[in-house]
Design a protein around this ligand. Structure first.
Ligand code: NAI
Ligand code: SOE
Length: 386
């Protein structure tokens, strides 16, 4: 059994999800490797110390370069806000570390192109954390498509609807700042759906989009805090929102299929409503992350009087089922999805395979998001640049 040492940069929301996955992955999957949580970096010593103690790292630092410069560290896990990904990923690759980086890979395709060039030159493994494709029901949808069960794909309809910032009094998270986030709802959650579209259907060739910013100012937060909108104790002082709250775009795929994406964080009643429906010549598939154990399938060759959507409940016989729980009804959660993601990352390292999705997909999705923003600005169909 090999041991690999991990340095994590960032100590909050995604740090918790990734640390949990690192601890749990050997309990679910046999990858021939154990991860040692070596060092965690955060913005100051107190935050880093607190994160190390809570998440199980032996060392902490307020200087992320300590991780890069430590030759003992094999893997760098980047879970900081988006504007920091480029510098951190490039430094990690140049130091020969394997990298898992949260999405979006960068704020735009210029950044992601630079990252991709360096990781490819360095020959390290790289994964971008578009985790929703790791949901067993989504992997099952991929299997149906690859087996030809729904035939040629005609249409993909994806949504990602949330309401954590629907209240104008929910605070000004870094996610509302273009300098930090790159874009708003589009980069934050729209990219997850674009990744699913790219994975399940094909590359996206052209887009025609509308974006809107519904809440132009929000209460600022105290230094060092970043609460997502459900906590409403922001200041009276308000700061400007400089990104999109909502995006709607038409999609033309390079294989001839057409489709759409709607993403918003202003949809009261929708919390993590990530859905897709795919229509093919021989059937349809429907998935809703809020019911993530289920994939709905409908086949044209069922008899007329029996045809309709049926629900396949994922379990041991489905993708990743061998490692998960022995009874379907026990359920898949966000943690399981992150455990599967970590398993795929480690398995790619141990078997010297390309990670799926890698920074290549991270870069391609950034090219698509850039095209969506350009299309919204110019109000016209826009090709996604390769
Ligand atoms: P967060 O705001 O909860 O945590 C960010 C952490 O980075 C904080 O601990 C902060 O102090 C730290 N940090 C900031 N600057 C730093 C620096 N210079 N050095 C070291 N640490 C620094 O953010 P969250 O929600 O964890 O997001 C992080 C990334 O994960 C983002 O790219 C976001 O888009 C992505 N994300 C992905 C999710 C998914 O489902 N795949 C879910 C939530 C976030
Ligand atoms: C907030 O919109 C957020 O945490 C995103 O940043 C994640 O990528 C998404 O998975 C859940 O919602």
């Amino acid at each position: 059994m090999k041991t690999m040492k991990v340095g994590m940069i960032g100590g909050e929301f995604m740090a918790k999800a990734h640390s949990l996955a690192m601890a749990a992955v050997p309990m679910f999957f046999e990858d021939g490797v154990r991860l040692e949580k070596h060092t965690i970096a955060d913005i100051d010593k107190d935050s880093a110390k607190g994160a190390a103690s809570k998440l199980g790292f032996s060392h902490y630092t307020d200087d992320w370069k300590t991780i890069i410069n430590n030759p003992e560290i094999d893997i760098v896990d980047i879970v900081t806000p988006n504007h920091l990904h480029e510098e951190m990923a490039i430094a990690a690759a140049e130091a020969g570390k394997h990298i898992i980086c949260e999405k979006p890979l960068g704020r735009n395709a210029e950044e992601t192109a630079r990252i991709l060039e360096v990781v490819e030159k360095a020959g390290v493994k790289h994964m971008v954390a578009f985790n929703y494709r790791k949901t067993p029901a989504v992997a099952l949808a991929k299997k149906y498509i690859e087996e030809g069960s729904i035939g040629k794909i005609l249409n993909f309809r994806g949504t990602y609807l949330q309401d954590w910032s629907a209240d104008p009094n929910s605070p000004l998270s870094w996610r509302f700042n273009k300098e930090i986030a790159g874009s708003g709802t589009l980069g934050d959650i729209g990219t997850h759906v674009l990744d699913l579209a790219h994975y399940l259907v094909s590359d996206i060739a052209e887009v025609n989009a509308i974006t809107r910013t519904w809440v132009e100012e929000r209460p600022t937060q105290d230094a060092q805090t970043d609460s997502l909108g459900t906590i409403k104790k922001g200041n009276i002082n308000k700061g400007k929102v400089t990104v999109d709250d909502e995006v709607i775009t038409l999609l033309k795929f390079s294989n001839g299929a057409i489709g759409s994406l709607e993403a918003t964080r202003n949809a009261w009643g929708r919390h993590n409503f990530l859905t897709f429906e795919i229509h093919g010549e021989k059937g349809s598939l429907f998935f809703n992350y809020e019911r993530r154990d289920e994939l709905q399938v409908c086949f044209s060759d069922d008899p007329d009087d029996r045809r309709g959507y049926k629900t396949v409940y994922t379990g041991v016989s489905h993708p990743y089922g061998e490692g998960l729980w022995p009874i379907p009804g026990l359920g898949i959660g966000y943690s399981e999805v992150k455990i599967i993601e970590m398993h795929d990352f480690l398995s790619a390292i141990m078997n010297d395979k390309e990670c799926q999705p890698s920074f290549k997909e991270g870069h391609r999705i950034a090219q698509v998001t850039d095209a969506i923003l350009t299309s919204a600005e110019n109000q016209q169909w826009t090709k996604t640049k390769q």
